[in-house]
Write a protein that binds this ligand. Structure first.
Ligand code: 4AD
Ligand code: MG
Length: 429
């Protein structure tokens, strides 16, 4: 048995081949069935001729509709009308399982495709996205391994909000309530005192009511935390990690990227260092471009789009005003109105993919900020403990994997970067 990718590599020309997969499309004309077969690696046309295969096999090929599972053997031949220029002339065609009429045909509404998500994920675009995502993850994992980071496993059920307590999913936890994690950051911070450099990939949950093309209620969060690293060092890690993920995607998935409309060469060109722009400068740029960008206003999707639409490489926005960011960030001594933090914006208008910062080490300052936000200190006692026993300068960040995939795969909506998107409107299938 060969994969379709192996068959199409060309080495098998005029040789016997055997493949298995699902019927992608099929038509018949005058004693010949043209069935295009799909497997996880690609598609190939097979021709099944009456008289060349057994009567039973011809009958099966004639009756098998889209998505029927099949096994085909035959000879690989050139045919410039076939996708890829090659086809398999069948000597045998076995149906493993006939498919009922497939509910997804061409030109379906977005809603129907979401209702049929468990079937729609078979599409070539969705398959390509999953492969690119897997390659990005592999590139990231290898980068962490090569740079002596320990992969750790924090809890997903928590008692505290790390980001925004209004966006927590609450769950019944025995006879109490608990929350689904928004970020593993606090747990990673506690692990640097033994492991020094840690990273993790976990689901994060955000009960954001926003119905936007870049928000999911559940997304995969790649986070790292490191001792002895300042904000500049934190950005260096981000740019190296992002470049390693892009390189792995370009190396392993050139065909998938091309299918999605992304030229892999544009990803290879992205190398550290990425530009850094202070928040204040971003505001000036926006004002010059017709925005009401007053100091202290947040950068939303529209503003981030304006800042990045003409760029080909990612951009760090650094030193945001304190009122826009969480209490745990380190104050910026050069401009006390701001933090030593960064958001990394993807180019081509895609916007934020990473949020990170150096962490505050002064408990008195953090307690003051928590009180200002009306948070109960009880919940944060263990976190504040971390600053009492040999606290060190440290930094970390969180990369939204689906945000990055949306950019890399040139998707219009984040829901297509994950097989089963969870949004305000949808938990089915
Ligand atoms: O900017 P955020 O909220 O930062 C944190 O959670 C930090 N505690 C991370 C850390 O320092 N360890 O989230 C980090 C990233 C964002 O930049 C974005 O890419 C992604 O997570 N993200 C989302 N992705 C999809 N849907 C959502 N609703 C998201 N919210 C955040
Ligand atoms: Mg953020």
């Amino acid at each position: 048995m060969q994969s379709i990718k192996q068959v199409l590599s060309g080495d098998s020309l005029d040789m016997p081949v055997r493949i298995r997969g699902w019927i992608y499309r099929t038509r018949s004309s005058g004693g010949i069935v043209f069935a295009v077969i799909r497997d996880s690696t690609g598609i190939v046309q097979t021709t099944v001729k009456k008289g060349t295969v057994s009567d039973g096999d011809f009958e099966s090929a004639s009756n098998a509709g889209i998505e029927s599972a099949v096994e085909v053997q035959g000879t690989l031949a050139e045919d410039n009308r076939a996708p890829g220029g090659l086809e398999i002339r069948a000597s045998g065609f076995k149906v493993v399982a006939f498919s009922e009429p497939f509910p997804i045909t061409e030109y379906q509404s977005t809603e129907l495709l979401l209702d049929q998500r468990h079937l729609w994920i078979r599409s070539r675009e969705q398959t390509a996205v999953m492969r690119v995502k897997a390659a990005m993850l592999r590139g990231g994992r290898e980068w962490f391994h090569e740079n002596d980071y320990v992969e750790v496993t924090p809890p997903m059920i928590t008692g505290v909000a790390s980001e925004d307590s209004t966006q927590l999913f609450q769950i019944k936890y025995f006879d109490r309530i608990a929350f689904l994690s928004q970020s593993a950051q606090f747990y990673l911070e506690s692990l640097i005192f033994s492991c020094e450099r840690v990273w993790t990939l976990t689901p994060s949950f955000r009960a954001e009511k926003s119905r936007t093309p870049r928000h999911l209620a559940e997304y995969w969060h790649l986070e790292m935390e490191a001792a002895w690293v300042d904000n500049e060092g934190n950005m260096k890690v981000q740019e190296e990690l992002v470049a390693a993920m892009l390189e792995c995607a370009a190396d392993e998935c050139p065909a998938e990227l091309q299918l999605l409309g992304r030229d892999p060469a544009t990803l290879r060109k992205i190398a550290p260092p990425f530009d850094r722009m202070p928040y204040a400068e971003a505001m000036e740029y926006l004002q010059k471009n017709g925005f009401d960008a007053l100091w202290g206003s947040d950068l939303g999707a529209v503003e981030e789009r304006a800042l990045t639409k003409d760029r080909e490489t990612p951009l760090f926005i650094v030193n945001y005003p304190k009122e826009l960011k969480p209490f745990y960030m380190k104050g910026n001594p050069d401009d006390p109105r701001t933090y030593k933090n960064s958001d990394l914006l993807a180019p081509e208008g895609y916007g934020e993919i990473i949020g990170g910062s150096e962490r505050e080490t002064d408990n008195a300052l953090m307690i003051e900020r928590l009180k200002d936000k009306g948070e109960s200190l009880d919940n944060y006692q263990w976190y504040l403990d971390l600053r009492k026993y040999g606290s060190v300068p440290h930094s970390g960040f969180g990369l939204g994997l689906e945000r990055m995939v949306t950019w890399v795969c040139k998707l219009e909506h984040i829901r297509d970067s994950i097989p089963f998107p969870r949004t305000v409107a949808r938990v089915y299938p």
